[in-house]
Design a protein around this ligand. Structure first.
Ligand SMILES: [Zn+2]
Length: 157
């Protein structure tokens, strides 16, 4: 039987546990096992998409409830926040998702595994943001250099 359910978030036809269009949760999750299944489905969607679509999936993607799944969601999100591509929409969306996952884990996760994961996730977010800052400084130096070059060139004429 084909499900007639629609995604609450974007209104697209929902076929699985996760909306194929925006990554929001469309099925009902009763236990940690179904939540992990949803996470698998979600990451398959992400792998199959790129650019803006991937960014959208990351922005509106479902955030698990169980600390264990939150940790796994964060680990799987980490490589998507590419420090060599800090201006790409998908990378930015991935680091924002990682921040959201970290915040929720801070509230819900009281065990050792959660605490270790939070430290790792925060380190990754920091690396991403400092790479972004370095890129910004690089661009600034280039622009200033260019202006100085032009000034000298104009004076020499
Ligand atoms: Zn949707």
């Amino acid at each position: 039987m084909v499900s007639e359910k629609k995604c609450d978030q974007c209104g697209a036809q929902a076929t699985g546990l996760i909306c194929g269009y925006c990554g929001a949760l469309t099925g009902s999750l009763d236990d940690i096992k179904s939540e992990q299944q949803a996470l698998d489905e979600y990451h398959k969607l992400i792998q199959a998409s790129e650019g803006e679509k991937r960014a959208n999936l990351l922005k509106t993607g479902f955030i698990p409830r169980y600390p264990k799944t939150l940790v796994e969601a964060g680990v799987r999100c980490m490589p998507l926040a590419d420090v060599d591509d800090t201006t790409g929409p998908a990378s930015i969306a991935a680091v924002q998702r990682l921040e959201a996952l970290t915040t929720k884990l801070k509230i819900l996760g009281q065990d050792e595994q959660s605490r270790t994961a939070i430290v790792e996730f925060k380190a990754k977010i920091r690396r991403f943001k400092s790479a972004d800052r370095n890129l910004g400084i690089g661009v600034l130096v280039f622009v200033v250099g260019l202006i100085v070059g032009i000034v000298f060139w104009v004076r020499a004429c």
